[in-house]
Design a protein around this ligand. Structure first.
Ligand SMILES: [Zn+2]
Ligand SMILES: [Zn+2]
Length: 233
């Protein structure tokens, strides 16, 4: 090492990497690369964010996992990565740290990414705000039911939907309509409706009556259907 100097800045301080001092080498080589800024779609209504094409609950964990995949490292051996998040008026600053061995010397690197939210209404919220529904649950009582009994069934439906909400945003009641001998529940998601029917019908003796009608076609020409389930207690 004696007599070595950095051709770029003249420094004589080692260690040297490929002939350059550490500072110049790191500045030139960009051993850690992350996008300087990433725009993240954010739905103000449900507060979810869109990561890799999917709407997910906001969490530090989700952001970190997403950013991890975007970090590019060069030449560093036995690299360890860390991400710290700082929240600054609406934006989120991610500080990425990497430590590892470069030609036998342990070095630390840092890079920053700014997450900038872009306000947008997600597809599910758009559907829900337009009173979209895929299924009708017809809840009927074979004998005259008391209000209390009706409320208990509605409560059960709400409970079931709440447990599905994490994976199916459309597991929501669009409307409840009073009917003779019971009530109708309009549900945005038919998948959720099917699960509610399954849970409720486990306790009824009468078979569930199912029907469907075609209400149009989607952009690909596939039939769009609306489903009706009649559950009798
Ligand atoms: Zn230098
Ligand atoms: Zn939304």
């Amino acid at each position: 090492m004696k007599g070595m100097f950095c051709p770029s800045c003249g420094s004589t301080e080692g260690p040297f990497f490929k002939g350059l001092c550490k500072k110049c080498f790191l500045a030139q080589q960009h051993l850690i690369q992350v996008p300087a800024e990433i725009k993240i779609e954010h739905c103000k209504q449900c507060n979810r964010i869109k990561l890799e094409g999917k709407w997910v609950e906001q969490s530090e964990q989700a952001l970190k996992e997403f950013l991890m995949k975007k970090i590019k490292l060069k030449e560093l051996q036995e690299a360890k990565l860390s991400i710290e998040l700082e929240f600054l008026d609406g934006n989120t600053l991610a500080i990425v740290g990497a430590s590892g061995l470069l030609e036998g010397n342990r070095i630390g690197l840092e890079a920053k990414t700014l997450f900038v939210p872009v306000a947008i209404q997600c597809n599910d919220c758009t559907l829900l705000s337009s009173n979209y529904f895929e299924a009708t649950l017809q809840i009927r009582f074979l004998r005259k039911a008391e209000e209390k009994e009706k409320q208990a069934v509605l409560h059960k439906i709400n409970e079931l939907l709440r447990s599905m909400k994490g994976e199916d945003m459309l597991a929501s009641i669009v409307a409840v309509l009073d009917k003779k001998n019971g009530f109708d529940v309009l549900l945005a998601s038919n998948n959720a409706a099917k699960r509610v029917v399954k849970a409720l019908s486990a306790k009824t003796k009468e078979r569930v009556k199912r029907s469907s009608s075609v209400i149009g076609r989607d952009r690909k020409g596939k039939e769009k259907k609306r489903f009706t389930y009649c559950i009798r207690f």
